[in-house]
Design a protein around this ligand. Sequence first.
Ligand code: GDP
Ligand code: MG
Length: 75
Amino acid sequence: MLQANNESGLEHVKDLLKPGLTCCLLGSSGVGKTTLLNHLIGESVFRTKTVRKKDSKGRHTTTSRQLITLAGVKL
Ligand SMILES: Nc1nc2c(ncn2[C@@H]2O[C@H](COP(=O)(O)OP(=O)(O)O)[C@@H](O)[C@H]2O)c(=O)[nH]1
Ligand SMILES: [Mg+2]
């Protein structure tokens, strides 16, 4: 099982990524896509927000789509 906000399961995701492969992070707002991407990069490059208190739903934080090259990331 993957926990996007810590390193647990990260190796499994890294195993799916191969040089030259383009992958897409797809999911509802607040499920942890950006958090996962930041972990893959190894730094908090992209902004995340806490989930909304009253219903624990994610808040729209990432407002654009971007193709990220994981350059220098050991896969
Ligand atoms: N409990 C828990 N919270 C997480 C996990 N991954 C992300 N979050 C939190 O969920 C919120 C939304 O994450 P974010 O990466 O912005 O989601 P995105 O909308 O899919 O990009 C942030 O406050 C994260 O810290 C996880 O695996 N477990
Ligand atoms: Mg996001």
